[in-house]
Design a protein around this ligand. Structure first.
Ligand SMILES: NC(=O)c1ccc[n+]([C@@H]2O[C@H](COP(=O)([O-])OP(=O)(O)OC[C@H]3O[C@@H](n4cnc5c(N)ncnc54)[C@H](OP(=O)(O)O)[C@@H]3O)[C@@H](O)[C@H]2O)c1
Length: 260
């Protein structure tokens, strides 16, 4: 039986990805803030005939907890797929700068450092054909290399778009170290909490996003492809800053510092 870790499965795109895999009979591992928040998706997966998901409580903004979650998961299962889907959007009030308890800006912490850490820590638990998919976004803005923690002139949407560039940089570097990881923009403005909080009009369905993510996760034609960025179904160029080796080294050093 195939096993997948899906983060952020309590709502939005992650829930749909988890249930699509459940429908295919996959076994699920779901890192969630609290088991209570996972009750709905767990019940839905069972109704679809999947085995009882392994629910692991973990606040994904807490990198100590994330490391512990990875140890727990790697000790329990061999993994065919890891989907790092959880993320924090621009927020209800984009002028309000939030951090994790270690003082790391929240979008960089959850959307960039955590997926990097999970990919790095769980890559050893993958089966030989196993893959890691980082859910990115077409919303990408260049990082300010002198202000990676977003201390100046804060804007939550800009922080979100920068965190997604950092995510691509992380995938390029992890792939160079042999980690089978790719990044995919799923679909624009799906009907999810982060879109409604931002007041954006809905432009796609959850199915649109799920199909794009699971194609990168499962298509046999992509076996061996790593460090790539996909705009939905097409291999595409991410923001040009991701090609800047100096910028990538600075961002990766910053991420690794927070992840260690
Ligand atoms: N929606 C779009 O149109 C769109 C477009 C492009 C890319 N994306 C990407 O698609 C992915 C899914 O987005 P979505 O729109 O489905 O978002 P969403 O509905 O806001 O869901 C976010 C998920 O992440 C989880 N999460 C956030 N912070 C967490 C934390 N600290 N600890 C544990 N879990 C945490 C949430 O858990 P809780 O339920 O516990 O809060 C929730 O399950 C994201 O990577 C996003 O950037 C979305």
């Amino acid at each position: 039986m195939n096993t997948a870790v899906v983060t952020g499965a309590t709502s939005g795109l992650g829930r749909e990805i988890a249930l699509d895999l459940a429908r295919r009979g996959w076994s699920l591992v779901l890192p969630v803030r609290t088991a209570e928040r996972a009750q709905d998706v767990v019940a839905a997966a069972r109704r679809l005939g999947a085995p009882a998901p392994l629910v692991v409580e973990c606040d994904l903004s807490d990198h100590t907890a994330v490391r512990q979650m990875c140890l727990t998961v790697a000790g329990e299962r061999r993994l065919d797929l890891v989907v790092n889907n959880a993320a924090v959007g621009g927020g209800v009030d984009p002028t309000s700068r939030e951090t994790n308890t270690a003082g790391v800006e929240l979008r960089m912490a959850v959307n960039a450092v955590t997926p990097h850490l999970i990919a790095r820590e769980l890559s050893g638990a993958l089966t030989p054909a196993g893959r890691i998919v980082q859910v990115g976004s077409m919303g990408q803005l260049p990082l300010d290399l002198d202000d990676l923690n977003h201390e100046r002139d804060y804007d939550g949407i800009r922080a979100y778009c920068r965190s997604k560039v950092a995510l691509v940089m992380s995938a390029i570097e992890l792939a160079r170290d042999g980690v089978p990881v790719n990044v995919v923009h799923p679909a624009r403005e799906m009907p999810t909490r982060m879109v409604s909080e931002g007041g954006f009009p809905v432009a796609s369905t959850l199915d649109d996003g799920t199909l794009a993510v699971l194609r990168v996760a499962l298509d046999s034609e992509l076996a061996g492809v790593r460090g790539a960025y996909f705009h939905r179904f097409d291999r595409a160029e991410p923001h040009e800053q991701t090609a800047d080796t100096h910028a990538r080294a600075r961002v990766l050093a910053w991420i690794e510092d927070r992840a260690s």
